[in-house]
Design a protein around this ligand. Structure first.
Ligand code: DGJ
Length: 730
């Protein structure tokens, strides 16, 4: 592993255990991409940039620079000098011209991984494999613009983290109209596009599509990364499976508008890009100022999707999630939302807590409706004073009673919002994001606070920290229930309106950073109307994110499959809820709901008071399973064995201990079929030569037999029936 510069050939090599990335310099000034793929040492790969072919580089053929610009594989392409493919950078000058051209100036290779100002980013963790960073400095002498292209690798990972910092070294303002974070150019080898798409209650469904000429990809202009699109894009070879085929993946460590595109060009090369969405974006860069574009994590795998997944999981666990809960057992929680919605008071909550405690639940989370006069979704956001009618004695009295019964206490907050019907809005209508002279569109009766405005951000910080100081609160569910419209700020001046969406995201990051500094032991779970802001940026602040408002076990299989494609199971907020399911009315066995929730952070979202004795016993059994397996699920390697999305019959995945000592297999059948043969599922992640005992049946198998021969699963009785198997090395 390491970064090396071959001076003679002007080629940089970045190597990890299973990958290599090469960058070359042509004519001493153009920074191009030569190779990304499996391990390779030979720095003689500069010819892959085709710089010696027709069109020849400008040093050899100055009469035809435009054709060179339109085919050279730029590492960071800029708009305006003949590269008509997707660009990463578009700069306007005071004179109104749009053009930039970046030339290599210098570079440095440093040990470690520099942080990005105000932004979440991967970092070097002590004892977690050393990091190294290449910084290539490029300049546009006409604009007086400096660009630092940053590439970091880690000793224990096959991922590459990229970001860019632009500095105005000139004497006039520069207007950044587009600043993407990463670009990758390669020959098309029959690639397909893999994206995660969805909607509210249907987040992150995997979708493959054929690559065609022109642009395709995913994007969000909703102010958040969104339910509809995950900031992720991968190119895969058509034969891709869990353990075969090639994958080139980009994942954006950012929580706002983004664009991720693949362009198949006239010469059958593919250009992949990712960054902040340029629509509506403009950043004024005054002389001396810098702008840093958020980080993109790049992963290459020639061992299929499974290896890509495990690279992301380990990178995020080892180098992105900072919370002290990363390796800690999370308390089994019960959330009152689906049990009561807004209709609760202290007695009702205590009744739920008391019953849940008897069954082994460890924390009560009080959801929406405890403050202001909030008895429905249309009022009081921003008025973070406890509703004493519902909660006499306030949060402290409730938390003390919970503590006395041995329960922790967590609460729901939606700090970024203001209801139209609230004291805060009546006092400060100009703190909402809106365009002067226009009636802003309401959504859920609320507006978004302009977090680019320091006093609004400060108010939120003071309000939230006062709540957290007022009682013994172990956990916060940080919600965000609308997307952005009417994008305008009464605070930012005319020249800065295009900065609002990004400044807003920076404001959210700053808020969470400040709060976590004051309350370092707080377990924070981000949530956006379900899973609308499940992105790596949020993971930097909260070790778990609410995955979806859809808690139906059957649909959750698809949502959790897409989520676990990138995120470790320890980050996936998953709860058992009541049936018929509140979102889709489906009825699934209680046992299955528990097994599916065990593939995430685990908890309950139901009225335990109304459960039958049988269900309460099932709940106790599930909690016992959680205690038994939580460490394996949280720390283990994830293997996808079969997908109901593909076979429409059953779903199967497993968590295997990193040392191969045990594995937990989850199997869920979609619909029961009569007179059916058993199915064979081949396990993974075990040691072939070791012997394993199945905890449930006492049967013994070799690892080799389980992985090559497979396990025979008989047809299970009933739709959505499920089974768990635990194998332990002898
Ligand atoms: C959306 C969340 O996803 C739900 O779990 C719940 O907290 C509601 N908001 C409350 O308004």
């Amino acid at each position: 592993m390491g970064i090396y510069f071959d001076e003679k050939r002007s080629v940089f090599r970045l190597s990890t255990e299973h990958t290599a990335y090469f960058i070359g310099i042509t004519d001493g000034k153009y920074v191009g991409h030569a190779y990304y793929g499996g391990p390779m040492e030979d720095c003689g790969c500069g010819y892959l940039m085709r710089a010696g072919e027709k069109p020849k580089p400008p040093s050899e053929n100055p009469w035809e620079k435009a054709s060179f610009a339109d085919s050279y594989p730029f590492e960071y392409p800029a708009w305006g000098v003949g590269d008509y493919r997707e660009s990463c950078l578009c700069v306007r000058t005071e004179g109104g011209h749009r053009c930039a051209e970046l030339f290599y100036e210098s570079h440095r290779i440093v040990s470690g991984k520099p942080g990005l100002p105000g932004l979440p980013a991967t970092f070097e963790r002590e004892g977690g494999g050393e990091a190294e960073t290449l910084e290539i400095v490029c300049k546009d002498p006409v604009l007086g613009l400096k660009a630092v292209l940053r590439y970091s690798i880690f000793g224990d990972s096959d991922a590459l983290a990229r970001s860019v910092t632009l500095t105005n070294e000139g004497e006039e303002n520069l207007y950044l109209e587009k600043v993407l974070s990463a670009c990758l150019e390669m020959d098309n080898e029959g690639y397909e596009l893999l994206t995660l798409n969805g909607s509210w209650a249907r987040e992150r469904h995997m979708e493959f599509s054929k690559l065609r000429h022109g642009f395709q990809g995913v994007e969000s202009l909703r102010g958040v990364s969104s339910h509809q699109a995950q900031p992720f894009l991968a190119l895969t070879t058509p034969d891709v499976g869990q353990d075969r085929g090639e994958v080139y993946a980009f994942h954006f460590v950012y929580s706002g508008n983004f664009s991720a595109r693949a362009e198949l060009t006239q010469f059958d090369t593919v250009r992949m890009t990712m960054g902040i969405h340029p629509d509506g974006f403009e950043w004024t860069l005054a002389p001396g100022e810098s702008f840093t574009a958020p980080e993109v994590v790049c992963v290459y795998s020639d061992r299929g999707l499974g290896a890509m997944t495990r690279t992301f999981h380990d990178l995020y666990r080892n180098h992105l999630i900072r919370s002290p809960y990363l390796h800690r057992k999370r308390p089994v929680l019960i959330n009152n939302w689906e049990a009561t919605y807004f209709d609760f008071d202290k007695e009702r909550l205590l009744e739920i807590a008391r019953r849940a405690k008897e069954d082994g639940v460890e924390m009560l989370v009080m959801d929406d409706g405890w403050f202001g006069k909030r008895d429905n979704e249309h009022c009081s956001l921003g008025d973070w004073q406890v509703n004493e009618r519902k909660l006499p004695g306030g949060l402290r009295a409730l938390s003390e009673e919970l503590k006395a019964m041995g329960m922790k206490f967590g609460i729901w907050l939606e700090p970024e919002m203001v209801s139209r019907d609230s004291e805060l809005y009546r006092e400060h209508p100009d703190w909402a994001i809106r365009i002067p002279g226009r009636e802003p569109a309401m959504s859920r009766g609320q507006y978004i606070l302009d977090l680019s405005r320091p006093e609004a951000a400060d108010y939120v910080y003071q309000a939230v920290s006062a709540v957290l100081r007022s009682a013994d609160i172990s956990y916060v569910k940080w919600d965000m229930n609308r997307q952005m419209t009417d994008i305008g700020s009464a605070y930012l001046g005319r020249e800065h309106q295009g900065e609002l969406c990004h400044r807003y995201v920076l404001g959210v990051y700053r808020l969470q950073e400040r709060l976590l500094r004051e309350f370092p032991d707080l377990l924070l779970e981000n949530c956006t109307s379900g899973g609308g802001r499940f992105d790596p940026g949020m993971l930097y602040y909260s070790p778990q994110i609410w995955c979806s408002d859809n808690t139906d076990a059957a649909e959750r299989l698809r949502i959790q499959e897409g989520t676990a494609l990138l995120y470790p199971l320890s980050a996936i907020g998953a709860h058992v809820s009541i049936c018929p399911n509140h979102v889709n009315g489906r009825v699934t066995p209680f046992e299955t709901r528990g097994y599916v929730a065990l593939g995430g952070t685990f908890g309950y979202e139901l009225d335990v008071v109304r459960l039958s004795d049988e269900e309460r016993q099932a709940m106790r059994d599930q909690i016992a399973l959680y205690h038994k397996y939580q460490e394996l699920v949280r720390e283990g390697d994830y293997y996808r064995i079969a997908s109901v999305r593909e076979n429409h019959e059953f779903d199967c995945y497993l968590a295997a201990a990193k040392d191969g000592s045990e594995a937990l297999v989850t199997y869920v059948q979609e619909t029961a079929r009569s007179n059916y043969h058993s199915r064979r599922i081949r396990l993974a992640g075990l040691l072939p030569k070791e012997r394993y005992v199945c905890t449930e049946t006492g049967e013994e198998f070799s690892g080799e037999l389980l992985m090559r021969g497979g396990l025979l699963v008989p047809p299970l009785p009933g739709d959505h029936a499920a089974k768990l198997w635990h194998f332990v090395k002898k």
